[in-house]
Unconditional design. Structure first.
Length: 145
């Protein structure tokens, strides 16, 4: 639970271990941890993120998985970006992935994700005004015992 700084009362859920992978897309662009944990989560004002997604995930002959998704992100509150203006658009992302089940206990996943920043990220990001898309590529091997 998150604790109010002024009253020391529990006011919201505080995750012990942070976010889990893929909750807001395969790129893991945002970590929704309470800012009070000191774990470096994404904090825009005091709100959270609204994420909308549409996609496809298919499994073929119990060995192969193929999927893609489009994501749209926005802050659930308007945030002041200067000059009396507010913004809530965090951007959009595209994910694509392939999974291969080598055996019952071993599988591989390969994924690529691209984030196009929205007006809020452009205004408050590390390089204000820059409109660069970002890509993440990852591979994972999972062993189950």
């Amino acid at each position: 639970m998150a604790t109010s700084i002024t009253t020391r009362k529990i006011v919201a859920f505080q995750p012990v271990f942070g976010d889990f992978h893929n909750r807001l897309g395969r790129g893991d662009w945002f970590a929704l941890q309470d800012a009070q944990t000191g774990l470096g989560g994404f904090a825009v004002g005091t709100g959270g993120i609204q994420a909308t997604s549409i996609g496809y995930n298919g499994f073929y002959n119990d060995k192969h998985e193929l999927g893609f998704a489009f994501w749209k992100y926005k802050s659930d509150q308007d945030v002041a970006i200067g000059g009396g203006n507010t913004e809530s658009d965090l951007g959009s992302a595209i994910d694509a992935w392939y999974g291969f089940n080598y055996s019952r206990n071993t599988n591989f996943v390969f994924s690529i994700s691209q984030l196009k920043p929205g007006d809020l990220l452009k205004a408050l990001g590390p390089t204000p005004g820059k409109d660069d898309s970002v890509q993440r590529v990852y591979g994972q091997m999972r062993l189950r015992f």
